[in-house]
Design a protein around this ligand. Structure first.
Ligand SMILES: Nc1nc2c(ncn2[C@@H]2O[C@H](COP(=O)(O)OP(=O)(O)OP(=O)(O)O)[C@@H](O)[C@H]2O)c(=O)[nH]1
Ligand SMILES: [Mg+2]
Length: 296
């Protein structure tokens, strides 16, 4: 055992849509956490584990921290994001170069008592190089002394430099997970998330926020993985929209999700999708807990 081996937990936090999940996937080198152009995509804490000869870095992807506390699911998501803050070795606070505003200041306030913080200025591909330095200077005034690392998670720019900064701050310690383990989540969870991603990317307006997905059967057979999943909506009228004209939309979701799942499990997949209604599940504690939204 290498006595100087490092191991630690690194939380990726920030307001919604700053690129936390994209960054975790890029750093781990595997798509573990779903992403979409709309905010509040991630709903749970998801670990992404990167193990090298020198270190094991356990990233914690979190839901975007936001002010909207109206529904029970929003309160669950904020708890999932903020409950990690005091338990990790390092916090990477993600900021979006194009949309730096008061919501970021609210998140900064939540971590003002914590010292081990790196500011990750993401989406650097979206601004001119000449505008980057003034922005970094402006941000550095908010918490003087913190390192600011500009990156592009999407274009995978400057990620090595970010890893250097992260590794510097990892404590020494033995690995917490086997070196081939990439996440703490079971395959059923990841499959449900892939289906939810396709719905998130396809459906418009508020409908994606009324949807949760549950994998009911997952069976590996000799040359096939057989999966059956339910897409839960909150109202009967939403069910028709998700199914689409003559089932067209549901079919499209199924085709896209199956392709991703086949890549992930490296096998042929038979995917069956059902659309079901559970009235107002996203604001009902019992439904939330039945669907796996539980902070315990
Ligand atoms: N141009 C550009 N887009 C990016 C970059 N990183 C992420 N994005 C895009 O930003 C959007 C949000 O990315 P996510 O990774 O889902 O963001 P998130 O912070 O996990 O969002 P929530 O889970 O909703 O809090 C997606 O459309 C990404 O493709 C980047 O470096 N450059
Ligand atoms: Mg996310």
């Amino acid at each position: 055992m290498n006595p100087s081996f490092q191991c630690g937990y690194v939380a990726l936090v920030g307001k919604p849509n700053t690129g936390k999940s994209t960054l975790m996937n890029a750093l781990v080198g595997e798509k573990l956490s779903i992403t979409a152009h709309r905010p509040q995509t991630t709903r749970h804490q998801i670990l992404g584990i990167k193990t090298t000869e020198q270190y094991q870095c356990i990233f914690v992807d979190t839901p975007g921290i936001h002010q909207d506390q109206k529904k029970a699911i929003n309160r669950y998501m904020n708890r999932a994001a903020t409950s990690v803050l005091d338990d990790v070795d390092l916090i990477c606070l993600l900021l979006d170069v194009r949309h730096f505003n008061g919501d970021d200041l609210q998140v900064l306030k939540k971590i003002e008592h914590l010292q081990n913080v790196i500011l990750v200025l993401n989406k650097m591909d979206q601004i001119q190089k000449t505008d980057l330095l003034p922005l970094m200077q402006r941000i550095s005034l908010l918490r003087p002394g913190l390192d600011i690392v500009p990156v592009s998670a999407l274009k995978q720019e400057n990620l090595e430099q970010l890893m250097v900064q992260i590794q510097k701050r990892l404590p020494q310690g033995i690995p917490q997970f086997p070196d081939d383990q990439l996440t703490d989540k079971p395959m059923r969870f990841i499959v449900a998330e892939i289906i939810r991603e396709k719905l998130f990317r396809t459906l418009t307006q508020e409908l994606p926020y009324s949807i949760t997905v549950n994998v009911e059967h997952y069976k590996t057979e000799s040359d096939l993985v057989r999966i059956s999943a339910s897409i839960w909506v909150e109202r009967k009228s939403q069910k028709g929209i998700v199914i689409g004209k003559q089932g067209a939309l549901l079919k499209k979701i199924g085709v896209e999700a199956r392709a991703d799942i086949e890549r992930l499990v490296d096998s042929k997949v038979y995917l069956q999708l059902w659309v079901k209604v559970r009235e107002d599940w996203s604001d009902d504690e019992r439904s939330l807990s039945a669907f796996g939204y539980s902070n315990e």
